[in-house]
Design a protein around this ligand. Structure first.
Ligand SMILES: Cc1ncc(COP(=O)(O)OP(=O)(O)O)c(N)n1
Ligand SMILES: Cc1ncsc1CCOP(=O)(O)O
Ligand SMILES: [Mg+2]
Length: 211
């Protein structure tokens, strides 16, 4: 497995029409220092998804950033992504692990559920995501999970732990202090007037200066 799941983990904005062209937004967040990018698009426009994911994959490859595809293992394989992220509605983790082989990341959403985390580990997950940590502007229906989930999850595994949901410049430091290895954001980056500066600011506040 190449790359690491650590630091700021930027998820692309699924809104259509896009407020900022996807390529422009990804280029800015990479310039700001993000080195984990997830392509997240909830539409059924397969041609656009394929085209966009291939474009983001190429942008990530240029700077050796890790590229993850949300939900869709076939798309991840088609664009030679570094991994896939799976939630509760996205299929069987063990089957995805087998389909992707040992060299690509399989990330699994555990929400606030440690039983789900145990099952994900047993099924071969490489990293575990927890959240929503705060009310999320992107997913307002998501239940909020206490910060103590990271200490509890750390007792289960050494795998990277990712925090997601409502994380911004004001609260990212308390999430990393609670034990998250990586912090996934949508709105704190894609909703910013200056995506490059917002990315650099989140990294500095959450992780200190990254090289
Ligand atoms: C890093 C990361 N963590 C959690 C999620 C959420 O996955 P899921 O619950 O499947 O919800 P959708 O993103 O598919 O709406 C994620 N995408 N990435
Ligand atoms: C996909 C997802 N899953 C839980 S919250 C969330 C959205 C995160 O977006 P934001 O960083 O804008 O709250
Ligand atoms: Mg999903």
């Amino acid at each position: 497995m190449t790359h690491s799941i650590a630091g700021l983990y930027v998820i692309t904005d699924a809104r259509q029409p896009r407020p900022v062209p996807l390529e422009t937004a990804v280029a800015a967040t990479l310039r700001g220092g993000a080195r984990v990018i997830q392509y997240r698009d909830k539409s059924d426009d397969a041609a656009r998804r394929q085209r966009e994911a291939a474009g983001v994959a190429a942008q990530c490859r240029e700077v050796d950033a890790c590229f993850i595809v949300n939900d869709d293992v076939e798309l991840a394989r088609a664009v030679d992504a570094d991994g896939v992220h799976m939630g509760r509605d996205d299929g069987d983790v063990a089957a995805v692990r087998a389909a992707l082989g040992p060299d690509r990341w399989v990330g699994v959403s555990c929400y606030g559920d440690l039983d789900r985390a145990r099952a994900a580990i047993d099924a071969g997950a490489d990293y575990l995501a927890f959240g929503s940590m705060y009310p999320s502007p992107t997913k307002p229906e998501a239940a909020v999970v206490p910060l103590s989930i990271f200490a509890a999850a750390r007792a289960l595994t050494d795998r990277p732990l990712v925090a997601i949901g409502g994380i911004n410049a004001d609260n990212i430091a308390e999430v990393t202090a609670a034990g998250a290895d990586a912090v996934a954001v949508v709105n704190a980056v894609s909703g910013a007037a200056d995506i490059e500066a917002a990315t650099a600011d989140l990294i500095a506040r959450g992780f200190g200066e990254q090289s």
